[in-house]
Design a protein around this ligand. Sequence first.
Ligand code: ZN
Length: 425
Amino acid sequence: MAGLLRKQYDIGVNSWTQVNLPALTYLKELPELALSDTASLEIKKLGKKSSYRMYVCGITPYDSTHLGHAATYLTFDLINRYLRARGSEVNYVQNITDIDDPLLERANRDGVDWRELAEQQIDLFRADMVSLRVIPPAHYIGAVEAIPLVVDAVKELTLKNSIYEVDTDLYFAVRNDSEFGERSHLSAEEMISIFSERGGDPLRQGKLDPLDCLVWMSQRADEPGWDSSLGKGRPGWHIECTAIAMKYLEPTSANETLIDIQGGGSDLIFPHHEMCASQARVLTGRELASHYVHTGMIGLDGEKMSKSRGNLVFVSQLVSSGVDPMAIRWALISGHYRTERMWSHELLGKAQLEIALLREALSKEQLAPTDTLIQSIINALSNDLDTPNVIAALNSWSRETINGSSGGELTEVRAALDALLGLRL
Ligand code: ZN
């Protein structure tokens, strides 16, 4: 069975269709981007660089793409677009956890082959990203194809005396990172409780510390496993991202931190990003990211949106019911990325009306001044992606244009909407 699995995944997982970005040639300079960093609890500038390294944790392909996922990838898409508009390159890497307990559990529950479920959900995710006009990552890497990288990382951690065995599984000793826990600001009790809720096993007998995390799980009966020098098994979740980031973002010693941005939803702050940062520090002696950027969760009609409540709203369902993907984009960025936001019929309806107003404005012969509008958009984005202000600026510009104001340039505003906001109207 293992041979068959490897063969299927040897080609790797492809990312999605490239998005063409119009040049913003008339802009002199965009201010440096300032972003919130979970570790320092500060809004800090990213610094002027010719290229940036950004890692955003991808999906586990069993229920893609709900609006919480979409909001997260749209946030990092805005960052990607802003940095590119400044003339920098962005090496953007995203993983897909295409083997993990939740995927196997869902496949078992539904009586389908886990590989088919993963493939089908990855296809859906890619189609959703294309319809939302999200710039694809330069490297889109599956956990299965990353197994050799994980094995190497575990071996290196072993040389640093940070790996031990519990039965036939391998664990990473988190206390070997003297800064463990400092990025997520939680008490020891909170860490243990959240660890247990999010896939951890604090109570397992034989662990040195309840928070030590699994890096290699030996094959269980009726579960897939891959041959390796660590024995036959599969990778743990956290080490998967650490190993992929270390390989595909090619950190160099020229920078203060290994990468610039480690990103994902706020439910990844602990344990996932704390574990990745600890593993990276033990491997290299350096901090993983200058900015740990986290997006707030999306709720539905006043309730938390979650698998267990069964109230997830999917991008593909909205799009197939005829909703304009640009309205989904607009509605999701109308709130600030760090806040917990609610999705509702009213929010979508408001976005649709505002987009209709903007389309009407763009169809006028005379447009209200566009240089001030574009400057307002840029200033708001540079300030920790203040998208509510971007939307406010667009709404006032639409009204001014419809009321007869003039002096703007259609090509300029269209290019800015497209390049900076991903809105092609
Ligand atoms: Zn990750």
